[in-house]
Design a protein around this ligand. Sequence first.
Ligand code: FAD
Length: 496
Amino acid sequence: MKKIIIIGGGIAGLSAGIYAQQAGFETEIYEKNSVVGGQCTGWDRKGYHIDNCLHWLTGTKKNTDLYKIWENVGALSNDVTILQPDSFYSIEREGEKITLWKDLERTENEMLALSPEDKKEIKKFIANTRMAESMKMPTEKAMDMMNIFEILQFGMSMGDMGKVVKEYGRINVGELSERFKHPLLKAMIETFMAKEYLAYSLIVSYATFTSGNGGIPEGGSRAMALRMQKRFEALGGEVFTDTNVAKIKIGESQLAAGIELADGRLVTGDYIICACDTDFTFQQLLNVSYMDKKLKAVYDDRKNNPVISSFHVAFGVDGKLEELTETLLFECESLEIGTQTTNRMSLKNYATYGPNMAPPGKTVIQSQFIQYEQDYDYWKALAQDKTKYETKKMAIAKAVRQRIETKFPAYQGKLEILDTWTPMTYHRYCNAYHGAYMSFISTVSSQTTMFSGNIKGLDNVVLGSQWQMNPGGLPTAVIMGKFAVQRILKKDKRKR
Ligand SMILES: Cc1cc2nc3c(=O)[nH]c(=O)nc-3n(C[C@H](O)[C@H](O)[C@H](O)COP(=O)(O)OP(=O)(O)OC[C@H]3O[C@@H](n4cnc5c(N)ncnc54)[C@H](O)[C@@H]3O)c2cc1C
């Protein structure tokens, strides 16, 4: 039986492991952390659970191609309750509030009531969201492995998506917000995701939610990753946690011999799947000379292919904070976070994620602030002095708490700071490039948005992670894990 070594036990690595076991390989996953899941994780603090991934999972609608993949890898099943909140996100400004509801008609009516003068743009926004509900991802085969007929067939299966791309594929979120006249509508469009994203990304994200294909599996992110580990182990695969991989050892004639662990041990295998950050893969595990030219060009062009990260604070709340039903963005006294100054903040209540998120009668809330690559540099420099780094994080957490208490005065003295984390946390935890937990943002000027999983000059090593398709995310990770095994089957001259 041939053996596959997988570096990284995130969603991509676990998916690769499951598909590899199902294809009859002997499979081992090596994960540096003590728990699998990578960026799809959560942790416990002071009796609370801090979920740090799932805001929505694309593919929760039964009978879709993606649902079948999530089902195959054990992430979803009839036994896993899918939470389907009423609203995607709300924003408040100067006493007015607007919500992106699951019910598109309700959103349209609210937008029109708020700003009749924006009727034309509102109608377009709603109509395109409706069309984008037919958006699909390639789940059968990687695009670079499809023939022309398969590519055409895939394109045709997406109905009116072409129209959405035409309307919103050449402007970014910031430019879309400028099309609206009402300041609250402008703010609503501009703040949900970084304004550099193509406007199309916002429409597709919202459409995933309105179509009922973007729910949240009860129990959250860590529980989902652990279900996948269980499936992998039930199929006979082995996971080695707390096992840091230091190098891929190159043998003879374009073949890797195996991996070298940080403790010096060597592990041999027939194939290797790199299911971790691609920058780390080429800079540390291999050699940058193996990096595909297109991918190298994207890393070298930081302006047109940005990545983002976040600063977060989690609070335990003595009470349920029921007035905060989902994610709310509101104006607040100015805050300085990294190199950014903002007078808006977001707040999300995790009460809906299941009964085990907080002790009875309490809840967890989180604030998340977008951080750019210059902020990563800021936190990296600050982290050189641990005391300064910790002091800064705590000072921001207290400032954020004060603003929440101003917004919800009944909760004065009832918020306990549970944890704060920064772009450096993502770097430390997952070797994440510039602290990014998603892949590159496709901007108006991005040239390449998909990257092959094959490595020129190495016949038995393939890539399988979210970094192979912008903008990354959980569905990309699970699909790329599957495709990595398809690449190996092809190299092995097997169909399945
Ligand atoms: C706050 C937040 C919110 C998010 N929200 C969503 C959302 O709502 N929907 C969505 O689809 N996505 C979301 N994401 C993104 C999603 O989590 C990622 O896209 C996905 O988990 C990436 O999976 P991956 O397996 O490709 O990479 P990773 O999760 O990075 O996995 C790589 C693994 O490799 C391991 N590794 C790295 N180096 C080594 C080494 N040397 N040796 C051994 N192991 C190593 C890492 O520890 C990690 O476990 C969110 C992420 C965050 C952080």
